[in-house]
Design a protein around this ligand. Structure first.
Ligand code: ZN
Length: 158
């Protein structure tokens, strides 16, 4: 999927918030980092670093791929974005921080948010004693991921 939206920029308030969050974690606020964050917020797709790079280059032509990687690392470190890693294909980035599920097209690798409500109690519904059993084995459950896999019937067109 090609996000042809023009690069949006953060307003002053969003910029201030980003600056504060970055600086609390010891990262510097830069125009490039702001542009990466603005782009991630503006798209529904879960872009790869390279896709972010091509999008940000439209507004900051001199940005390098290494700078984009560093910006993504900073955003993930500040919990402003999630890095979604897969056995196959490059990592993808997501800054829709509210709990949600994903669907993944096994043909194109595309990730989208699942249009359904997040259920924080889903694990307990699968197995009411699961978390407690794991805790006895020394594993503390802090969350879970759910990914629905399949393929778009018209994968090439998406
Ligand atoms: Zn997502």
């Amino acid at each position: 999927m090609n996000d042809s939206v023009s690069q949006r920029t953060l307003d002053a308030q969003e910029g201030d918030r980003l600056r504060q969050t970055l600086e609390q974690k010891g990262w510097r606020y830069t125009r490039q980092r702001a542009a990466v964050f603005a782009y991630l917020q503006s798209v529904k797709s879960h872009p790869t670093a390279e896709e972010v790079y091509f999008a940000v280059r439209k507004s900051i032509p001199k940005v390098s791929l290494a700078t984009v990687y560093k910006a993504l690392e900073a955003l993930v470190d500040c919990q402003l974005a999630d890095k979604l890693s897969f056995a196959e294909g490059p990592a993808r980035y997501d800054c829709h921080s509210e709990g949600h599920y994903h669907l993944r097209c096994i043909k194109t690798g595309q990730i989208m948010d699942l249009p359904t409500d997040f259920d924080p109690d889903l694990l307990a519904k699968l197995d009411p004693s699961l978390a407690e059993n794991l805790r006895k084995q020394g594993f503390l459950v802090t969350g879970y991921n759910l990914e629905v896999i399949g393929q778009f019937e018209n994968a090439a067109a998406r």
